[in-house]
Design a protein around this ligand. Structure first.
Ligand code: ATP
Ligand code: MG
Length: 275
């Protein structure tokens, strides 16, 4: 067990292990801070979090710097975070409007933020977005395990490693993929048995606000997002290894293929549910 060293100005104390996600190892809490391994994206994350704070966004960590061990230091957000698999309370239909409002606040606060340009990596597949939809930067990983609840409602977000360019519709689809969830029934956790994807998607979508993303744009963004994800995830598995490779080896390619086929069969039902 390493505690933060004396002299770096950050609170010292026992390290409490935090629940593990799929990719990042060694995320711990010390007092009211979280320590995460420093990443190539950490600078962009720090700039984005500062932008969100300046835009008045509550419910996101502040980036405080790096400790003596070189780890990123962020503020700890107190609250309840769903586990994996999610508990019944986090799978209830009535949490979805709160998730939609949280995503809308994030997107509105993100307007105007520009990511520092990075050299494109040759051969790395890029996400596909609906034609003409304006790009924004977002956290792009609004999963239950990255969402902090307060007094029963979605309130905050953690884990900004995947931040990047997207569109509102694409990020809303991505969020729905995790929360509705949008996947073949065979791939859904048992806690979602008997739930109605159309009704759940509608709860999320209405709360986000149909004024900025219309139904056809949302469905088009879903088709493109799902169709493009196998190439992206395969590339990540082959080139980044670690948790990406574990997810791929555990059958993620099949999950993605079944999602694409399932979505094609329910697209009309979803359209009706959203109208
Ligand atoms: N700033 C924070 N405030 C409160 N809880 C946090 C914070 N950061 C992380 N956590 C908790 O720790 C868990 C893991 O952290 P995080 O999501 O950052 O890493 P990860 O999921 O392992 O990373 P990845 O998704 O890249 O694999 C989260 O699910 C959450 O429960
Ligand atoms: Mg996470």
């Amino acid at each position: 067990m390493t505690a933060s060293g004396p002299g770096d100005g950050f609170p010292d104390g026992p390290e409490v292990e935090l629940p593990r996600g799929d990719v990042t190892e060694g995320v711990v809490r010390i007092g009211d801070t979280v320590r995460r391994p420093h990443q190539p994206t950490s600078g962009a994350v720090a700039a984005y979090l500062a932008h969100l704070a300046a835009a008045g966004m509550s419910g996101v960590p502040r980036y405080l710097g790096r400790d003596d061990a070189g780890r990123d230091v962020l503020t700890y957000l107190a609250g309840d975070v769903p586990g994996d698999p999610v508990e019944p309370w986090a799978a209830a239909d009535d949490v979805l409007p709160g998730v939609g409002r949280l995503l809308r606040r994030l997107h509105d606060a993100s307007e105007g933020f520009v990511l520092p340009a990075v050299e494109p990596v040759p051969g790395r597949p890029t996400p596909r977005f609906p034609d003409g939809a304006p790009l924004i930067v977002s956290q792009r990983d609004v999963t239950p395990q990255n969402t902090v609840f307060r007094t029963g409602a979605a309130w905050g977000l953690v884990d900004f490693d995947l931040l990047g360019w997207t569109t509102r519709a694409t990020d809303l689809v991505n969020t729905a993929m995790h929360w509705v969830p949008l996947s073949d029934p065979a791939d859904r956790a048992p806690v979602y048995a008997g739930t109605d994807p159309g009704r759940r998607l509608r709860g999320l979508y209405d709360a986000y606000g149909r004024d900025v993303v219309d139904v056809e744009l949302l469905l088009d963004a879903a088709r493109l997002r799902f169709a493009g994800s196998a190439a992206v995830m395969r590339w990540n598995a082959e080139h980044l290894g670690g948790g990406w490779a574990r997810m791929w080896d555990a059958g993620l390619g099949g999950v993605i293929e079944r999602r694409i086929a399932w979505f094609a069969t329910v697209r009309e039902d979803l359209r009706r549910a959203l109208r």
